[in-house]
Write a protein that binds this ligand. Structure first.
Ligand SMILES: [Cu+2]
Length: 148
């Protein structure tokens, strides 16, 4: 059988969503960066509003430039995306670890960087983003996520 017949057969046999997810994750990612706190230890997300679109591959770069650890927690985002991977990157930009599977929250240590690669699959009008360390949400580590 020639290659083209094999491809058609593959498309017919594969469930549609698996085939589509395979295509989407092969895209070049849209890079979005967010900082957890800042060098002066302010308890904020920078920026505190993040917007995504369904069907696009994102690389969300989560940095912690502060002197204490913080969480990036958004149940709304977690349940509305297909995660391709999370990569842990050292300060020189070299990947140290890759995590696969569903992600619920990410804790980033001082000076650390985590890259969350995902494709939004559901829309979210206003989703909560916050840091779950005691007192941090109340002090201002609060943000909003939306998916169009
Ligand atoms: Cu925090």
């Amino acid at each position: 059988m020639s290659g083209i017949y094999l491809s058609i057969l593959f498309m017919l046999v594969m469930p549609w969503h698996v085939y589509a997810a395979g295509d989407l994750t092969a895209q070049k990612p849209i890079v979005v960066s967010v900082s957890l706190g800042d060098v002066n230890n302010r308890l904020r997300f920078y920026p505190d509003r993040l917007q995504f679109e369904t069907g696009r591959l994102y690389k969300l770069v989560i940095k912690n430039p502060s002197k204490q650890k913080h969480y990036f927690t958004s149940a709304a985002l977690s349940r509305s995306v297909f995660t391709r991977k999370v990569q842990i990157v050292n300060p020189a930009g070299k990947t140290q670890a890759e995590i696969k599977g569903q992600i619920n929250e990410i804790e980033v240590y001082p000076g650390g960087i985590a890259e969350w690669w995902f494709v939004p699959v559901k829309t979210v009008r206003t989703g909560k983003l916050h840091c779950t360390i005691k007192g941090h949400t109340e002090a201002g580590m609060l943000g909003q996520i939306s998916i169009k």
